[in-house]
Design a protein around this ligand. Structure first.
Ligand SMILES: [Zn+2]
Ligand SMILES: [Zn+2]
Length: 135
């Protein structure tokens, strides 16, 4: 997301954008991003600073850490980015800042669903879809 610095005034303005995941190259060895990245940014000028309230929604395929099934996981993040006007050119480009936040805030443990029952250590049954066969 890019905006002309001149357009940002004390009164808040809001911009939304849908970015194709391929453009941001976010994938790592165990996380695959899918669909679009949805950006909703509110810009405001405060003195010599530009404050941006960002809301970003990303979708990814994850491997459930309990049952090892692949599942789609949607994450919504809210954060604020601050820029000093003196350090900016004519344009403010948020992509680098937003990309960093997305990569930093990935939860360590992800589940296919909040109440995933996991896999039995004894018989390897996926307890979400079958019963434990242990005696
Ligand atoms: Zn699971
Ligand atoms: Zn079992």
């Amino acid at each position: 997301m890019k905006i002309e610095v001149e357009k940002i005034k004390e009164e808040e303005i809001e911009l939304t954008e849908s970015v194709k995941v391929a453009e941001w190259n976010l994938d790592s060895f165990d996380i695959k991003f899918i669909d679009n990245i949805e950006l909703d940014c509110k810009f405001k000028r405060v003195g010599r600073e530009i404050m941006v309230d960002v809301c970003v929604v990303t979708h990814r395929m994850i491997t459930c850490s309990r049952c090892l099934k692949e599942a789609k996981h949607t994450l919504k993040q809210n954060f604020t980015l601050l820029y000093n006007i003196n350090e900016l050119g004519n344009y403010l480009d948020l992509n680098k800042g937003i990309r960093e936040e997305i990569l930093l805030n990935f939860p360590m443990k992800v589940l296919c669903c909040p109440d995933c029952k996991g896999i039995c250590n004894g018989c390897n049954a996926n307890l979400n879809i079958e019963k434990c066969k242990c005696k």
